[in-house]
Design a protein around this ligand. Sequence first.
Ligand code: CUA
Length: 382
Amino acid sequence: MVVAIVLIVIAVATVLFHFFSPWWLTPLASNWQQMDDTLTITFVITGVFFLAVNLFVAYAIWRFRHREGSKAAWQPYNHKLEHWLIAATTLGIIGLLAPGLFVYAAYVAPPPNAMTVEVLGQQWQWRFRLPGPDGKLGQSDIRFVSAANPYGLDPADPAGQQNVLVNGSELHLPVNKPVRMLLRSNDVLHDFFVPPFRARMNIVPGMVTSFWVTPTVVGRYEAMCAQLCGVGHPNMHGTVVVEDEASFQAWLKTQPTFAASMAPAAPTAVAGAAAGTPSGAAEDPLVAQGKALAQAKGCAGCHSVDGSSSVGPTWKGLYGKTETMADGSTALVDDAYVKAFVRNPQVRVVKGFAPIMPKIPVSDDELNALLAYIEANGVKTR
Ligand code: CUA
C-alpha cells in the first residue's frame, strides 16, 4: 500500500516538476521551431506512457494486495490485451521517431540562397572560415595543415585565396539570412552547438558534416562543444554574434583573408588580435596579443593566470621560476623552456601534471606573443 502511494506521488510530482521547473529552454533565436515541436511531442508521448505505467503498477499493487484467505487466480494468455499493447507501443514509438526524421531531413537540406560558413573544431578551440566575394570556399587537404595554415587550405587553389579566416573564436552572422554550416575537425570528435538556435551537429574527423540555420534574433550567443573531446572540453567555447547586414559586412572587412594570412610577415594577425583587447591601450601590444591568443588557442582552458590550479600549471609566477619535473630534475622557466614545451609538449613532464598537453599549432610570431604574455604574468627576472 505504501509503495502504491509512493508511486502515485512520484508520478504526480514528476509532471508538476515538468511544468514548474525553473529549467526552461532559452527563447528560440532561429527558424527551428520544428525542433521545439518535436521535443514537445517527445515529452507528451513519454509523459503519457510514464504516467500510465506508474499508475497501473500502483493500481495493481493495491488491487492484488495480500488478503486473508485470498488465492492467486490463473489468468490464461490474453490475445486481445496483447494486441492492444502492441498497437499502442508501436504508435508511441512511431510518434517518437517519425517527426525527427522529417525535421532532420529539412535540417540538412539548405535553401539554395544560403551563405556558407565553415566551422573547424580542434582541441579546444573553434575556427571559422567564410567564402570571399565569389562565394566559394577553397579546397582543403590534411596535407596542408600546419601552424600557419590550420585550415589546411590548398595554396594552389585560387578559390581559397580570398576566403576569410576569422580571427579568434567569435563568428558574426547576418540576421534573417539562411546559413549553411560545414563542419570539420582537425583531431577528434567535437559537436558544434548553439542552444538558442536549437542547432547542433557532430563533427567527425575525416568527413564534412553540415546543417543550416536562419538566425532570427539579434544578439550574442554562446557556441559550445557538445561532445566530450578531452580534458579541455568544458572550455571549448565560442561566440556567435547575430547582427544586421551592415554590421556584418563591416565586421567581415576587418577579418584577414587566406592570401593575407599566408603573405610573409603578415601584420594582420597582430592587428586583429590586439584589436580584440579594447583596454589594451596601456598594455604592451605584444602582451595584449598573447592574451588574445591564449584565449583563441585554448591555452586559457588549462592554464590560469590567477594562480588557481587547473589541468596545467598556472602561468602566475611561472616565468622565471625553477620547475621540478616528474623525474626529479629541475629547469628554469625561460624563453627556451617555454618555446621547447609548446613546440613539443610530450618531451618533458612537469611534476604533478599529466602529460596531456596537445601540440597546438602556433607560428613563431604567435609563440613570441604568448611568451610575452606568460612572462608578464611571471616572476620578473629577465
Ligand atoms: Cu570539442 Cu568537446
